[in-house]
Ligand binder design. Sequence first.
Ligand code: ZN
Length: 379
Amino acid sequence: MKITSAFDGGNIDVLAADSPDDIRLNIRVDNGSKHFQWFFFRASGVGNQALRMRLQNAGAASFTDGWKNYAAVASYDRKHWFRVPTSYADGELTIEHTPAADAVYYAYFAPYSQERHADVVAQSLTADGVRLEVLGSSLDGRDLDLLVIGEPAKDNQAPKKSCWIIARQHPGETMAEWLVEGLLERLLDPEDPIARRLREIAVFYVMPCMNPDGAFRGHLRVNATGANLNREWLEPTAKRSPEVLLVRQRMAETGVDFFLDVHGDEGLPYNFIAGPDGIPALTPELVALQEDFEAALRRASPDFQSEHGYPAAAPGEANMTMATNYIAQAHGCLSMTLEQPFKDTADTPLPEVGWSPARCQKLGAAILDALYVVRDSLR
Ligand code: ZN
């Protein structure tokens, strides 16, 4: 029996793996920070053995609410991810599973690899009117890929909206990139009427992975040197947070009429949106526009709801270092954080897989329905 995480996105430390019913593990802490919660490892030589795996430092993880009513995901073929019995007690997360194959992968949520990112970018570039802008390099030297879909309006044309969609500022929130994959697939479908109309009236700037270093390193929340990118928007620096600095600079050139920052929430079993509540520039019009967008998204997808979410920040108390707040203030546009569950949706559960890559993709496609409804009201 062997357990390893020495691969893209892997994260685990092995304390003991001598006996199948007494496997003891720790989740590695994100480099340069105190955060940890993302895990991803392979167990091999384990076919038909009853495994009992205890993640012994789970009680000190970043969001222990996340372990309540949670089930880990497993896969034999690294394509289909299913949930396995998981419990949380006395500060330990225990996964109990008898694998049907000799090797099995376990993770916090269905992983999203660097290779898959490269495939989706390459595939997207085969569609008409799609360009790749490499904004620069991450601290580990990875390309920061921005897909640009559509051309800015020429002088004799009606102006086009600038729609920005970014994902995975927090690299362990892989559901964010799964969602963007579904959104892109629909947006680039030459026969989808909503996508065609949106491409006529808008230029899309899509950043499927804001934090490729953290993703590869198996981090939950920070980049290579420990910066939480969604706390860097007020004063990003080349040394600490080039990912945010470069996107912010490009946004200043394109303007922003619509902004969606895609995340996952460890604790809440819901898809929901958090807006720029509490920013100085918030207007009744912006609040109404967000309500219209959410209503349209609820109609497009029963997996989305607006009843449960974060409490709104009081006026003047918004955290301006966060992307949604910074961009709403700087650009005066519809600006939202979309949160998806690690667990499942409480109102529309699917226990075998929980919230899953395919469900993320379908919600990503539904985003375009909602954007279509509010298109004429954008800034
Ligand atoms: Zn997040």
